[in-house]
Design a protein around this ligand. Structure first.
Ligand code: NAD
Length: 414
């Protein structure tokens, strides 16, 4: 973040903390106190987080809210003993909750985010922070006015490869960076689209809280396919940009301490499987950042050979993080973080392999709930990465280059 905007951010944050006094105060957690947690939306990702929670000492899941009751049975197979709610507001009414995990679909994030903070709970909010830029502004504002701990589910911020890369940048090993390349590729059997999930027989209009799922979107009648496969539709999702680019873009933005992009261009389309989805499966994004930097991200759902990665191309050296790519020679895939000096500017420099240990992202949140320190993926990073993601999608949908000012002025429609 530029110095001025950082100062502004801190001033606003300080003003926000004063405003928070209106919020109910939560109890102070001692080092040995159990942390009582609730979850909103224990679906696929939520259950993954519950599995992680199971291994974390001091965590206790006491409540879960969902509009599809089968999720409670699934979640109880991981962590039994919680109280279930069909309305997230009833879960938030509980006075004995210290923190809430939000793992609902994207178009519900802002609502669950704001409601959780208003109820005075600490928050772990899955990425992407919000479905739109106005919602991102709203959530940032709510977090600034609150003294609650907010961790965004950008778990790579707690990884060893993030720590290594950040340290190498701080140590001045990369020099001037004018370009960052990043990519992600996946594949599926022919005829089977990426992400498509079968609709369970019990996912019916009688059992699902469809109106609560819609969250104000126009109602064309219950649609089990859309309820389960919400990721494929703009009304609920931002597609692969908000599902995957967000992780890599947040990583790049925080490793290099970048402000908001100044402009975005995105091309692509639904090319891999024409299965009725709206969001593109083939993508090329270019984000321009202030101070002479271009960041690109490419993605396909028709080829997985190169896995995912990001390369920070500096005048004095390169930082490379690659995961799941098939090695050209051995055919094996793995995860590598490395630094290589540019001989022209660092003739005596040596290559370095990343070795830093990471930590569990939920554990970091819980540690911050006790210490009241800022967690590894704070709301401000959630905001910047969400704006970058929405700028890219807006450019794709409007088929033109979009500036930050244009994206901020845009009022999204369903
Ligand atoms: N951090 C990561 O690596 C990661 C990985 C996968 C998914 N995610 C994110 O997690 C979120 C959920 O994804 P998913 O694949 O688990 O989706 P999902 O559809 O499997 O789960 C969403 C859950 O929310 C419930 N739900 C819907 N409307 C609700 C409402 N009004 N109130 C309460 N619950 C409601 C659904 O019934 C479902 O159980 C998305 O934002 C996604 O981007 C993050």
């Amino acid at each position: 973040m530029a110095k001025n905007s950082r100062r502004e951010f801190l001033q606003k944050a300080a003003a926000g903390t004063a405003a928070f006094l209106a919020y109910p105060s939560a109890k102070v957690l001692g080092a040995n106190d159990r942390i009582r947690l609730g979850i909103i939306g224990p679906g696929s990702r939520g259950q993954e987080l519950l599995k992680q929670l199971k291994g974390l000492p001091g965590a206790e899941l006491v409540a879960a809210a969902d509009v599809y009751p089968s999720r409670f049975d699934e979640a109880r197979r991981i962590l039994p003993g919680f109280q279930s709610y069909d309305d997230h507001r009833r879960l938030l009414d509980r006075k004995d909750l210290d923190g809430v995990i939000v793992a609902s679909p994207l178009h519900l994030h802002a609502r669950h985010f704001v409601d959780t903070l208003a109820a005075g709970k600490d928050l772990y909010a899955e990425k992407t922070m919000t479905w739109s830029i106005p919602e991102a502004e709203q959530c940032l504002d709510a977090a600034r006015k609150s003294d609650r701990i907010v961790q965004i589910g950008l778990q790579h911020e707690s990884s060893g490869h993030f720590r290594d890369a950040r340290q190498w940048v701080k140590d001045g090993l990369v020099g001037k960076v004018t370009q960052v390349d990043s990519w992600m590729g996946r594949n599926t059997p022919h005829g089977q689209g990426q992400w498509v999930r079968p609709v369970p027989a019990d996912c019916t209009a009688q059992r699902v809280g469809w109106k609560a799922f819609l969250n104000g979107r126009p109602d064309a009648g219950f649609d089990g396919y859309k309820f389960i496969n919400w990721r494929l539709y703009w009304m609920f999702s931002g597609g692969n940009i908000t599902e995957n680019m967000i992780h890599q873009m947040a990583w790049i933005m925080s490793v290099l301490d970048l402000p908001l992009p100044s402009a975005a261009y995105m091309s692509g389309g639904v090319f891999s499987e024409k299965d009725g989805r709206e969001v593109p499966d083939t993508i090329a994004v270019t984000l321009d950042f202030p101070h002479d930097l271009v960041v690109t991200w490419q993605s396909t759902f028709s080829n997985s050979r190169f896995g995912l990665g990001q390369r920070i191309l500096g005048s004095d050296g390169t930082i490379e993080y690659v995961a799941g790519a098939n090695d050209m020679v051995s055919g094996e895939s793995g995860e590598v973080t490395r630094y290589d000096p540019e001989e022209v500017n660092r003739p005596k420099g040596t290559a370095i392999k990343g070795t830093a240990a990471g930590e569990n992202h939920l554990a970091n949140w819980m540690a911050c709930m006790r210490s009241r320190k800022t967690p590894n993926a704070p709301v401000e990073l959630g905001y910047r990465s969400a704006v970058a993601a929405h700028m890219a999608n807006l450019s794709y949908r409007q088929k033109r280059r979009v500036t930050l000012e244009e994206a901020k002025a845009y009022k999204p429609e369903y």
